[in-house]
Design a binder for this molecule. Structure first.
Ligand code: PLP
Length: 389
């Protein structure tokens, strides 16, 4: 033991399931193998030029060099409200129902500090974006995992949640379009979630990071379109995936004003808001020409088609996603998720994410992120076939 002893909350972190695969990846790379990385959900496409130009101009203005407002510039929050009205038909009060975030991850990670006490339960999907569970843990809460199963279209089965759990539950995380399963939810599901929230006094946290990354004319709804949603929940949104801005760190939370105020109270004691020049670029993103979003989804749709066909030709079960840039595929018979991912890496130089890394119910699956050019995806399919056929 050295001088620094980690706090218990860090000791309680779940084992990092990608450790072995990260180690193997480094080893395979050191052998000079040309790796095709389909692991990380980080767009390979650049941020659209008009957004970069807005940042450049704003960065030159000394008015933007000072501490920003904790909750976001008025203009940014008004832009978000206007975008919600135009995109979803949802009315938001920019003053009390919108807060800027340093990326949606930041808001998701901080919200349990505002909404749960030690010992309270958070309902967390499995498989899921890992931050829901870890943020719950950091707040001293307990996660109850709701399995997302294919037979339920990867929606949680709300009726099967045990009474002693719903009695202790304070918040529920949901995420549609979903990472990692790429499933979508309709308004009917969101309406049921609102009823559930009312009945059990549970605050709904909907992670809407992928609503704009949808294909074939599909328009994923906002949770806030459900009747009474604003009474029971909030929605986390992000500019990261819609405008290829993962590195810029800008997102927002919208919805129930008390929940937004609570989140703001945590944030104002931890961070000091989003750099104003980045907010001004964010305003340009949301208000400017949306052709870039259409172009982006076309790129991903073409990639999706190549990859889904290739996987099916290789005998791998995979759905055709309506949204997100992820494919959620079954590992072939006879492998665990980890074994299959390891074999693809060692024998084909392919990095995919083993499904169990997103939670126990992800075992038996692997996730592919469509963040490589088409030629590389075709190459990935050829290599994958050498392993499985
Ligand atoms: C489901 C989901 N939510 C939230 C995020 C975080 O996005 P950001 O913090 O960049 O807004 C991600 C990023 O991959 C994600 O997959």
């Amino acid at each position: 033991m050295g001088f620094f002893e980690r706090a218990d909350r860090l000791k309680r972190l779940p084992p990092y399931l990608f450790k072995e695969i990260d180690r193997k990846k480094a080893e395979v790379m050191s052998r000079g193998v040309d790796i095709i990385d389909l692991g990380v959900g980080d767009p390979d496409l650049p941020t659209p030029t008009h957004i970069i130009e807005a940042l450049k101009m704003a960065a030159d203005d000394p008015a933007n060099h000072r501490y920003p407002s904790y909750s976001g510039m008025v203009d940014f929050r008004e832009t978000v409200a206007q975008w919600y009205q135009e995109r979803f038909g949802v009315d938001l009060d920019p003053k009390s129902e919108v807060v800027s975030l340093i990326g949606s991850k930041e808001g998701i990670a901080h919200f349990p500090l505002a909404g749960i006490n030690p010992g309270d339960v958070a309902l967390v999907p499995s498989p899921a974006y890992p931050v829901y569970h870890i943020a719950t843990l950091f707040a001293g809460g307990e996660s109850f995992f709701m399995p997302l199963l294919r037979e339920n279209n990867f929606l949680p089965d709300l009726d099967s949640l045990p009474g002693e759990i719903t009695a202790r539950a304070r918040i529920m995380f949901i995420n549609y379009p979903n990472n990692p399963t790429s499933a979508v939810a309709d308004l009917e599901f969101f309406n049921r979630v609102v009823e559930f929230a009312r009945e059990h006094k549970v605050v709904i946290c909907h992670d809407a990071a992928y609503t704009e990354m949808a294909f074939d004319g599909h328009r994923p709804p906002s949770f806030l379109q459900a009747d009474g949603a604003k009474d029971v929940g909030l929605e986390f949104h992000s500019l990261s995936k819609t405008y290829n801005m993962t590195g810029w760190r800008i997102g927002f939370a919208v919805g129930n004003s008390e929940a937004i105020e609570g989140l703001g109270a945590i944030k104002s004691n931890i961070d000091s808001g989003v750099f104003q020049a980045v907010q001004i670029a964010g305003i340009e993103a949301l208000r400017g020409d949306q052709a870039c979003v259409r172009d982006m989804t076309e790129v991903y749709a073409r990639r999706r088609d190549i990859m889904v066909k290739g996987l099916m030709d290789a005998g791998i079960e995979v759905g055709l996603p309506k949204a997100t840039f992820y494919l959620w595929a079954k590992v072939p018979e006879g492998y665990t998720s980890n074994q299959f991912a390891t074999r693809l890496l060692e024998e084909a130089g392919l990095v995919v994410t083993p499904g169990n890394g997103f939670g126990g119910a992800g075992e038996g699956y692997f996730r592919i992120a469509l963040t490589q050019k088409r030629e590389r995806l075709s190459e990935a399919i050829e290599r994958l076939k050498t392993v499985v056929l």
